[in-house]
Design a protein around this ligand. Structure first.
Ligand code: GLN
Length: 478
């Protein structure tokens, strides 16, 4: 029987107790494995690590020998299954990678390991990150912890549901158009998408390379800050990665004041389609912020209306290119009945990819083809440029932007799975941050019939150091 340990306690407290011998990493990992078993019906994970307990014992022994481990000493976590990891498979939830074992680990995984964290399982996702519900997983959908008839969101749905269920102390995932924030909103946890490039992408299966961001899903903002502090910073193996700030990202003890902070509420997110209860919560939050002395104004970013359309041109274009490497030769699935090279390519891709991956390959190759490039791809790129300019201008006047994370709480399993456009519309409030490359965080705001929904906060590029203390203050306020 695993000792009853509350895996939802602050990461810093748990790590300190492991370091001082009050708790052991083995106890934490055993509790995590027990919880994974107890709640396996939610189908949050695709594989459980067979070496986690062993790794935990190694950490305990090192501590017993007097060693100081790191800021995440002994803490069990779950990684989305698009991170390359040593002891488990890495499938991206696609049949085409089902047999794949990575020859090296992702930078983020290396850094977590070096800080003392122990990976216990690989989380379910929409295959390759394509989706907003985890229903596009080739291995079956995950379920929402608040109600198993509902989706947990996506594509990091397994990672978000796992944290909400207390299966591990935190998880990590990727966000190309909302995949950390929207499932966090649906599951009632915190999801942080950092500035593009702040966490190196090396060793993470690419979706849209100019959009993909790596970040944590946690129970509170302070935990997100701590995990970001561990995984952030330039690595030469990702040329797009950027330097971390000198003092790091952990929250300081210095008293934070909301008074005088300038906050813009994105007008385009408050219109038709936004659930009226969520709208009411946003209004209440604005009133609360004003009562604390913050300056809050509604601000318009007209190009935001075009963001979703631009996203669903640019991302499939990058997806079609990134998925070209799965050819039945280099990695993963290879169609056994193929009789020549041409057939190996065709059949492996036909049998290995799911419907959504194929849809994106088709859209992507179409918008990049010579006859349509100017009409679609180029115009979508101009929308991206315009959006960047509009956000820049608005951040000249405001410190932060605020809005809902998604227009509604979670929907029922099966409700949108046959309607790609309805599914894509879930991303309407999250894709802009990826198009612009800015940091954005979703924190729990409220519930409708027990189904959670989140509040989204954004800051200019590289300003996690402002965003995290602000989000922490808002979290306390709520
Ligand atoms: N739901 C969005 C999509 O399907 C975003 C996915 C993601 O961020 N990985 O593209």
């Amino acid at each position: 029987m695993a000792k009853a340990v509350d895996l939802k306690r602050p990461l810093a407290d748990l790590a300190a107790e492991v370091q001082t011998g009050k708790l052991t990493s083995a106890e934490l990992v055993e509790a995590s494995l027990a919880r994974l078993k107890e709640t396996e019906n939610y189908h949050t994970v695709l594989e459980i690590s067979s070496t986690a307990l062993q790794q935990a014992k190694v950490i305990d022994n090192r501590i017993a020998a007097g060693e100081t481990i790191g800021p995440l000493a002994g803490i069990p976590y779950i990684a989305k299954d698009n991170f390359l990891t040593a002891d488990t498979h890495t499938t991206a939830a696609s049949h085409i990678l089902e047999p794949f074992k990575a020859p090296y680990q992702a930078v983020a995984i290396e850094r977590l390991e070096a800080a003392g964290a122990v990976m216990v399982a690989k989380a379910n996702l929409d295959a390759f990150g394509h989706g907003a519900s985890t229903e596009n997983s080739d291995f079956g959908a995950s379920k929402n912890p608040a109600d198993p008839e509902y989706v947990p969101g996506g594509s990091s749905g397994g990672s978000a549901a796992a944290v909400a269920l207390g299966q591990a102390c935190f998880s990590i995932g990727t966000d190309t158009g909302g995949s950390l924030r929207q499932p966090s909103s649906y599951c009632g946890v915190v999801g942080l998408k950092p500035t593009y490039g702040l966490v190196p992408r090396y060793g993470v299966i690419a979706m849209g390379s100019s959009f993909d961001s790596i970040g944590p899903i946690t129970n509170r903002v302070a935990d997100a800050a701590l995990v970001l502090d561990v995984i952030a910073g330039r690595d030469d193996r990702d040329a797009t990665s950027i330097e971390r700030v000198h003092d790091g990202y952990r929250l300081s003890d210095i008293e934070y004041t909301l008074s005088g902070q300038k906050i813009g509420v994105i007008k385009e997110y408050l219109g038709d389609g936004l659930d009226s209860s969520i709208k009411k919560s946003i209004d209440q939050t604005v009133a609360l912020l004003k009562s604390k002395g913050a300056v809050v104004e509604v601000v318009s970013l007209p190009a935001v209306k075009l963001a979703l359309a631009a996203y669903y041109i640019l991302v499939p274009a990058e997806v079609s290119s990134n998925l070209a490497r799965y050819d039945g030769v280099k990695y993963g699935y290879s169609a056994p009945e193929a009789e020549n090279l041409e057939e190996t390519y065709r059949l492996s891709r036909e049998e290995g990819f799911g419907a959504e991956a194929k849809r994106r390959i088709l859209i992507g190759t179409y918008v990049l083809s010579s006859g349509y490039y100017d009409a679609y791809y180029k115009r979508a790129q101009s929308v991206r440029t315009k959006l960047i300019a509009e956000f820049d201008a608005v951040f000249g006047k405001f410190d932060f932007l605020l809005g809902p994370t998604a227009p509604t709480p979670a929907f029922k399993l099966g409700a949108k799975v046959n309607d790609p456009i309805a599914m894509y519309l879930n991303d309407i409030m999250t894709v802009s941050a990826n198009l612009v490359g800015i940091p954005s965080i979703s924190i729990p705001l409220g519930e409708i019939n027990k189904l959670p929904y989140g509040l989204q906060l954004m800051a200019p590029q590289r300003r996690e150091t402002d965003l995290l203390p602000f989000a922490n203050a808002v979290e306390e306020l709520l």
